[in-house]
Write a protein that binds this ligand. Structure first.
Ligand code: PMP
Length: 365
């Protein structure tokens, strides 16, 4: 093959595609998946639903995924306080990654700025790059919280069109102070939207509210969720958001027609019918998470508070050596975020035991 150089955009030259290593090891705790797969009954219902959809594949699917929007709205409503989520407030795409790319296509773009606060989810700057949106990252405090005064000043200075804030944050696991939503949504006013990324929202600790409760207060607030984590549906690729209907209408302008295949819609609807089973492990994972935080602290490690299904801990003078030592023992975790820190997903009790034993061998307390 000749060494052909395609005429790539300058800013994409030499860039490696994003992605955690996909290594076939016994204990995979690196991408915050749910360790529990679906039951046979759920698998059968998904397969039957997909088979029915397959018989219609000569036709394009429902472009507005009406039934799925209705079901997702019904699922979100218990978290939204006193105001129900209406189907026209819901939008979905192939993973919340795609939802956020569509948001930047609609609200970012040349001459516009997207803002977040580091350390945070490493895909955000990539959505900005891919949509030609200027990317600015403010900073977080030592405990990974936001200084709201500083955040307000930065917003006044850079006038972002989009602010992206995960709650809980990835990789730190820390939830957003509900006051932050009010301060930032008000600071943005009509010139920007605030995206609260609740990819891991279902894992939040008792007493931590969802940003969904504030949707009726702030027209410029967007709350994103995904079926990849709590719902045990990472392979399904179904992310979604709730926001003012004017926001979902705006996304309809930039979405590709029929972006959600009939197969995806059928599988997602079937998974939603089995939500009780698929979400049943969330409480167990939260308890396992709390136990892991306590254990790591007991071992003398620094551990960020976690409202997610992963735990951020450190700090190690050579974190790569720790990561490699665990991998050599069949345990894959994630080397991400500020230097010295590592992130481990919460798995089954057996996987947690394997992780702890391996860590004890690699790191002498
Ligand atoms: N937001 C955050 C904070 C994440 O950690 C992830 C996945 N790691 C996503 C969004 C995207 O998830 P998905 O595309 O699977 O919905």
């Amino acid at each position: 093959m000749s060494s052909y150089q395609p005429p790539l955009r300058d800013e994409l030259k030499g860039i490696e595609p994003y992605g955690a290593p996909q290594l076939d090891v016994p204990v995979q705790l690196n991408v915050n998946e749910n360790p529990y797969g679906p039951s046979e009954a759920t698998v059968r219902d998904i397969a039957d639903s997909v088979a029915r959809a397959a018989a219609t594949l000569n036709r394009y699917p429902d472009r507005e995924f009406t039934e799925l929007r209705r079901e997702l709205a019904g699922y979100l409503t218990p978290d939204s306080g006193s105001t129900p989520i209406a189907p026209e407030m819901v939008w979905a795409a192939n993973g919340s990654n795609e939802v956020m790319l569509q948001l930047l296509q609609a609200f970012g773009g040349p001459g516009r700025t997207a803002l977040s606060f580091a350390p945070t989810y490493s895909m955000y700057p990539e959505y900005a790059r891919d949509t030609n949106t200027t990317w600015i990252a403010g900073t977080r405090e030592e405990d990974f919280s936001l200084d709201l005064e500083k955040a307000r000043d930065l917003i006044a200075e850079v006038r972002p069109s989009v602010v992206l804030l995960p709650s809980p944050n990835n990789p730190t696991g820390t939830a957003l102070d509900p006051k932050a939503i009010a301060v930032i949504a008000e600071a943005l006013g009509d010139s920007g939207v605030l995206v609260v990324d609740e990819a891991y929202g279902e894992f939040r600790r008792d007493g931590v509210p969802s940003a969904l409760e504030l949707l009726s207060t702030y027209d410029n607030l967007i709350v994103t969720r995904t079926m990849s984590k709590a719902f045990a549906g990472a392979g399904l690729r179904l992310g979604y958001l709730a926001a003012h209907p004017a926001i979902t209408d705006a996304i309809r302008v930039v979405r590709l027609p029929y972006h959600l295949s009939a197969v995806t819609q059928a599988a997602a609807l079937a998974a939603l019918r089995h939500r009780e089973e698929l979400l049943a492990k969330v409480d167990e994972l939260r308890q396992e998470r709390d136990a892991l935080v306590a254990w790591l602290r007991g071992q003398g490690h620094q551990v960020a508070d976690s409202d997610a299904n992963y735990v951020f801990f450190g700090t190690f003078p050579d974190r790569h050596a720790v990561w490699q030592g665990l991998l050599d023992r069949g345990v894959l975790i994630r080397e991400t975020g500020p230097d010295g820190w590592l992130r481990v997903s919460v798995g089954t009790p057996e996987e947690m035991t394997a992780f702890k034993n391996a860590l004890l061998e690699v790191v002498t307390p």
